[in-house]
Design a protein around this ligand. Sequence first.
Ligand SMILES: Cc1ncc(C[n+]2csc(CCOP(=O)(O)OP(=O)(O)O)c2C)c(N)n1
Length: 576
Amino acid sequence: MKKLMLGNEAVARGLYEAGVKVVSSYPGTPSTEITEFAAKYNEIDAEWASNEKVATEVAVGACIAGARSFTAMKHVGLNVAADPLFTASYTGVNAGMVIAVADDPGMHSSQNEQDSRNYAKASKVPMLEPSDSQEAKDFTKLAFALSEQFDTPFLLRLSTRVSHSQSLVEICDRNELENKPYEKDVNKYVMMPGMAKKRHIVVEDRMASLAEYAETAKVNTVEYNDRKIGVITSGISYEYAKEALPDASFLKLGMIHPLPEKMIREFAENVETLYVIEELDDFIETFVKKIGILNVHGKDIFSLQGELNVAIIREKILGVTPKLKLLEETIPVRPPVLCPGCPHRGIFYTLNRLKLHVSGDIGCYTLGAMAPLSSIDICVCMGASVSGSHGIYKANKEMAKKTVAVIGDSTFIHSGITGLIDIAYNQGASTVIILDNSITGMTGHQQNPTTGYTLKGDPTVSVNLEKLVQAVGINRIRVVDPFDLEACEKAVKEETAVDEPSVIIARRPCALLKNVKYDQNVTVDQDKCTGCKMCMRLGCPAITMKGKKMEINKTLCNNCGLCANVCKFGAIKVEK
Ligand SMILES: Cc1ncc(C[n+]2csc(CCOP(=O)(O)OP(=O)(O)O)c2C)c(N)n1
C-alpha cells in the first residue's frame, strides 16, 4: 500500500517499521512532526524531553539498554545535544540509535542557517540524507541497520523541504524486535581518558570501514546521461537539479558522511564539466577538492546562503533566466505579529512604556521585538535571555537597573533555569520575567514539563515554577496576569528597583489553546473614540483605523479585551 506522507511522517513510519521502542525529542521546526507522528504508534514510547541534550542522552541510555532508540531536533538543537553526540560516537551503541537533524536553509523559522553536515564530520558520526518521503522512511530504517552493523549512532539529515513536502511512500509492517541483551562493558561505555583513548582508535577504524561501505552503498547512485554536465548532489538539491537539468549525469549521494572517494573520482573522470550542487556550506565540494579534483564548480557560482531552487540552478548552469511576469500591484509586506489575544502582548506593552532594555529569548515572544512593541534588544539562542541579563549586570550596573530578561515556559525549562541558578549563585540582581502561557507555542503547541500533560496526552506532574525558582535561591517571586497592565507595571518597576535577583511569572494561557474562550464582546464606541491611537500601541492585528477612528476587525479579534485596558476615553467597550 502507498500513502502520501510528509517527509517527517515518513521518518516516523520508518521508526515504527524498524521496531524502534524509545523516542525522546525536543520540538524545533522543521523536525517537530517526526516525534508527534511517532507518538501515534502505541508500540513506540515517545516523549518530549526538556531539551535536546536530555533527549539525546535518553536515546543513548535506551540503545545501550538494548532497545532501538531515536531523537529528532532542529539544526540548532544539535548544538545543545553536541556534548552527548561527540562521546556517544566513542561508546557506540548496543541496539541501533538514530539522531534526525533538520536544517533550515533560508531560515523559514530559525535564528541561523548552520549546516549540520559539519557535525557529522566533527563528531565522526555517519550521516544519511534522504531527498523525498520514500527515502526518508527507507533511510531511517537503513540507518538503524547500519547503526547496529557498525556500532555507531547514525545521523539522518533532513531539511525544511524534505521534512515538510509530501510524496508517496510504500507502507510495510513493523519488524518487532526483542531487546538486545545488555552486558556491562566499562571499556566501551565508561568514557574516561584511559578507555576513551582506545575507543578513539575504534572510531577511526569504524570511519574507515564506513568509507569502504560508502563506495558500494545502494543509497549512493550514479545516473549517466549526457556527460557534458555531471552533477554531484544530495538531498533536496538533487530534486531541484534533476528537474533543472534532466539530461545531465548525476552522482546522488544518500550517504553524506563518510563520502565515497573512489565513486566520486570515477564520476568526475567520466563527465566533461563537474558541478557540486548543495545548499549552505561547501561540504561535498571541499571533499572533492581535498581528493585532488580541482576542476569543479560549486560555491564559485552558488551561494552559501539560503535555499536553492530549479530556477537558480538553470540560471547558474545553463544561463537561462526565468521569464518572470511582474505583478502590477505591489503587495504590502506582512511582518509576523503576536496573535490577537496573545498574553505576551501585555508584558511587552509594559516594557515598551517603561523604556527598559530587554534581554530576549526564543519563542513566540521574540515578536515583542517588532514595532510598535519594539521591546527586545538582544536575542541569541534558547536560554540566553537569563544568562545574558546577568552578563549585562556584571558589565554595566547602570544598564542592568533598566534591564529585564523575558523567557517562555518551555524555554525556561530547556535552558533558562541554569542561567537563573547562575544569577542566584553569583550574587546577581537581574529581573527575569517568565512568560508562562502554559504551552510551547512557537512550534505549534507541544506539551512541556510545566503543562501537566505528556506528549501522549496523559496527565502528569507539572513543574511548579514558583517553587523551582525559590529553590535555586530567588527570594523575590511574584505572579502577575499580563492583561492586568497596572499590576505588570507595578511589578516590573518594583523588581527592577531592588538590588537583588527577582522573578516575575506572567501567567495567562495562549489564546490559541482550545479551552481559552473569551465570553465577551469587544467593540469601539465611535462617539467616544478620539482617534488617539493609544490602542494601536498594543500592535494587535485586530485593531485598525477607519477614517480618523479606531475599528476592531471582528474576524481577527478574539475578544480578549486588553485594548479596553489602555483606552483612556472608555471608547472600547467590553460586554459580557
Ligand atoms: C536549541 C533550540 N531548540 C529548539 C528551538 C525551536 N524553538 C524555538 S522557540 C521554542 C519554544 C518556545 O516555547 P516557549 O518558551 O514556551 O514560548 P512560546 O512560544 O509559547 O511563547 C522552540 C522549541 C530553537 N530555536 N532552539
